[in-house]
Design a protein around this ligand. Structure first.
Ligand SMILES: [Zn+2]
Length: 191
């Protein structure tokens, strides 16, 4: 991680603002909420039980709005698009979403993410990927960074016993992602 970017992000985290009169806290100018991981998992599970396949769309779309809004806040705070991969790693990891590693190619407008112990896969067993909100959140952040609509797909999920959750953009087919450099780059980032 770039040291200057890390310091900028840590400074933003340390400057978390508390507005007791309004009952709000803001990180990087964005209003945030401290909520238990179990709440997010329950929301995902119940939504899926009640709505079936439609739940995925709701969670992805809600995640996209949230991710786009947070990335916009970071950009407004002066972070550059090329710093957003590092920023995303730091804020999401410190935010308890799981240990995240990101590889964002601004020029090609592609990205791949891996999350170990993601909040929506931990303590969860499933046949299919379960991290729809995170998938949407990452897509939303990329939408803000690239300035165009981006979708992300979860290609591996720890809830179905993969080693980690993995998300890729649809800008190019997964099979065409430069697997040698991507794997080499991500393998250096393992826990
Ligand atoms: Zn997952």
């Amino acid at each position: 991680m770039n040291n200057e970017t890390k310091l900028k992000c840590l400074s933003l985290l340390e400057r978390t603002e508390y507005f007791d009169d309004e009952g709000e806290l803001r990180i990087a100018g964005s209003d945030c909420l401290i909520i238990g991981g179990a709440s997010i998992r329950a929301w995902a599970k119940v939504t899926e039980q009640v709505l079936g396949l439609g739940a995925r769309v709701i969670m992805i779309e809600a995640g996209k709005k949230a991710g786009e809004q947070f990335a916009d806040s970071l950009l407004k705070q002066g972070l550059k698009p090329e710093e957003m991969g590092d920023a995303l790693e730091l804020f999401l990891t410190r935010g308890g979403w799981g240990k995240i590693r990101a590889k964002i190619d601004i020029k090609k407008q592609t990205a791949i993410f891996r999350i170990w112990n993601s909040v929506t896969s931990r303590q969860t067993n499933a046949q299919k990927p379960t991290c729809h909100f995170i998938s949407g959140y990452l897509a939303g952040m990329l939408t803000a960074i690239f300035g165009k609509n981006v979708e992300c797909f979860e290609t591996k999920c720890a809830a179905k016993k993969d080693e980690f959750c993995e998300f890729q953009t649809n800008s190019i087919p997964c099979s065409q992602i430069d697997s040698t450099s991507t794997e080499a780059s991500l393998s250096q980032l393992k826990q």
